[in-house]
Design a binder for this molecule. Structure first.
Ligand code: ZN
Length: 564
């Protein structure tokens, strides 16, 4: 069955509640392990049915945000999701009180119980209405962002459609494009401020009601971080400051030399070479063909996976009007089907979709047979290891996409992955400020953002654009609005992906073996356990950051980038 044929039917919430609570009741009354298991499985089925419909609606809505049918369905799930989560939370409470807990742990794994324990803290009926508000605000943000109709060269463009112009070789075009995008945010500044302010206050309120000091620890719990906390993340950010920032700044200087510019402005950062960045060759169809060939050469597992994606039409890749910006990969439980969503734009980003998003999809395809929805995906930092490492493990095939631009692509991929680290911790430190100071005004938040930029990316130069210079770049960073504190994850995973890259340069078979084993583990273990089982060093050890930074620097120093 193809994705378009997947049946969508709005779940009956009242019925779901009734069946769910009945199964929980039977679970609690269950006098034997068998009865408990039977009802646990019933609950798993109810959850998978609900999640399947929610995913189908979410995907179809993001493919066309003007579609009023799926818009209404999305609204329905905005309202229903907190109630569903309430039911899961009720199940978790029953689970951890089970008299057969030890037997259940043997069968389903200790992690399920850790997750249950943690998630219970993040929910009570008292915050149900606030959770609905939070979801509603997230949808408002998405809608506002995809409402952008930026006039340029006689046509209107969405934000992702502006990206090729922002990466134009011609500096003047880059500047105009970057300023036009900034103008959209400036014209809607009060709307973005208002949405975010309401989000911060709502989240703080939820945290207080649940007995947390502020939203920070609640966010960590929500993200399922069971084996590290915000003080370790602080140490990690400091390690980035100590070992990465100076090298990243050197790379910026090299970049300006390559571009023949005296200084890099905000509109120059995304471009690496005077002759333009590496561009993929061929039409989207040809790119997809190359993707298929790549995965069939990489391994038997990736061959099967990519054919499955193609056969069932589980990828929506082209940019279209009304389509939500960005890219993602998700999973449709009952069909055991990953789905890849993106906005192809003719830049190297398109190839990243085929490596990064496909890395996610491959992992979830490898772990699709876990019965528990909890074990399909790991926590986000671990998920990003699969995707970001796939970007490196597919390096040998990049020549098929980039032709004579391949060297440029390699250099830039490593360069950008590395200079991303300071940006990632900027996003993280900013959010710690925001939620540790929930009463800060929108203006104080902007100042805090700018200060974080100065700390981790000191050469950022917004001269000529006062709006960006006052600290508003983050308006476009969706995670800050919709997925608080989910961003540092990309940097933690990047540190792991660099380790996979190093390993693949030394022994590609061994690297693939470790990678495949990691993918198969899915979400059945916690982040740091997965890291160590994949034979990687923990990113929370400053020594790891130091080693990764020096490996990357050495590699980049060996390339004569002025020739590219
Ligand atoms: Zn990702």
């Amino acid at each position: 069955m193809k994705f378009l044929e997947y049946e969508y039917k709005r779940p009956n919430l009242e019925e779901l509640k009734k069946d769910f609570l009945l199964a929980i009741d039977k679970f609690q009354q269950g006098k034997t392990l068998e009865i408990q298991n039977e009802n646990l499985k019933k609950i798993v089925k109810l959850r998978n049915d609900f999640l399947t419909q929610s995913e189908i609606a979410g995907i179809r809505y993001s493919i066309d945000t003007r579609d009023t049918f799926y818009e209404a369905e999305q609204d329905f799930f905005d309202q229903a999701m907190p109630e569903y989560e309430g039911l899961v939370s009720t199940f978790y409470k029953a689970l951890i009180k089970s008299p057969f807990k030890e037997d259940l742990k043997k069968q389903w794994g200790e992690l399920l119980f850790n997750i249950a324990q943690q998630q219970i803290k993040t929910y009570s009926d008292e915050v149900l209405e606030d959770l609905k508000t939070e979801n509603k605000l997230a949808s408002q943000y998405t809608k506002l962002l995809s409402s952008a109709k930026i006039p340029f060269r006689g046509e209107t463009h969405t934000i992702p459609q502006m990206r090729p112009f922002m990466m134009d070789e011609d500096r003047e075009i880059r500047q105009i494009a970057a300023d036009l995008v900034a103008e959209f945010f400036e014209a809607n500044e009060s709307k973005f401020d208002e949405i975010y302010d309401k989000m911060v206050k709502t989240r703080h309120e939820i945290a207080i009601k649940l007995g947390y000091e502020n939203f920070v620890d609640l966010a960590y719990d929500r993200l399922g971080r069971t084996d590290y906390n915000s003080s370790q993340v602080k140490v990690y950010r400091e390690a980035i400051k100590s070992y990465v920032v100076a090298i990243a700044e050197e790379l910026r200087v090299k970049q300006s030399k390559r571009l023949g510019l005296e200084e890099l402005k905000y509109y120059d950062l995304v471009i690496s070479f005077r002759t333009g960045n590496a561009r993929p060759k061929g039409s989207p169809e040809e790119i997809l063909e190359q993707g298929k060939a790549m995965y069939s050469e990489l391994s038997p597992e990736t061959t099967e996976f990519f054919n499955f994606m193609l056969e069932h039409e589980l990828m929506d890749l082209l940019s279209k009007e009304g389509k939500s910006p960005g890219g993602y990969c998700t999973f449709i439980n009952n069909y055991k089907a990953p789905f890849i969503f993106s906005n192809f734009n003719g830049t190297a980003d398109d190839i990243d979709v085929l490596t990064h998003e496909a890395g996610h999809a491959f992992q979830v395809y490898m772990s699709k047979n876990y019965e528990l929805p909890e074990y399909i995906w790991p926590t986000f930092e671990a998920c990003e290891i699969h995707s970001m490492s796939m970007e490196f493990l597919t390096h040998p095939w990049m020549k098929n996409f980039f032709g004579e631009d391949t060297e440029k692509y390699y250099f830039n991929h490593v360069n950008e992955s590395f200079t991303f680290l300071p940006y990632g911790v900027t996003v993280d430190e900013f959010q710690h400020f925001v939620y540790e100071n929930p009463k800060a005004s929108p203006e104080e938040r902007k100042e805090a953002w700018r200060n974080c930029e100065r700390k981790y990316m000191p050469s950022t130069d917004y001269t000529g654009n006062e709006f960006l210079d006052k600290g508003t770049y983050w308006f476009r960073q969706g995670h800050i609005f919709k997925d608080p504190f989910y961003y540092i994850d990309y940097t933690l995973a990047q540190i792991c992906a660099f380790q996979f890259w190093k390993k693949s340069e030394e022994d590609s078979d061994l690297a693939w073996k470790d990678y495949l084993a990691l993918c198969k583990k899915g979400g059945s273990d916690s982040f740091l356990n997965l890291v160590s089982e994949a034979n990687l060093n923990s990113p929370f050890e400053p020594e790891t950051i130091k080693e990764v930074a020096s490996f990357v620097k050495k590699h980049l120093d060996e390339i004569d980038d002025m020739k590219l």
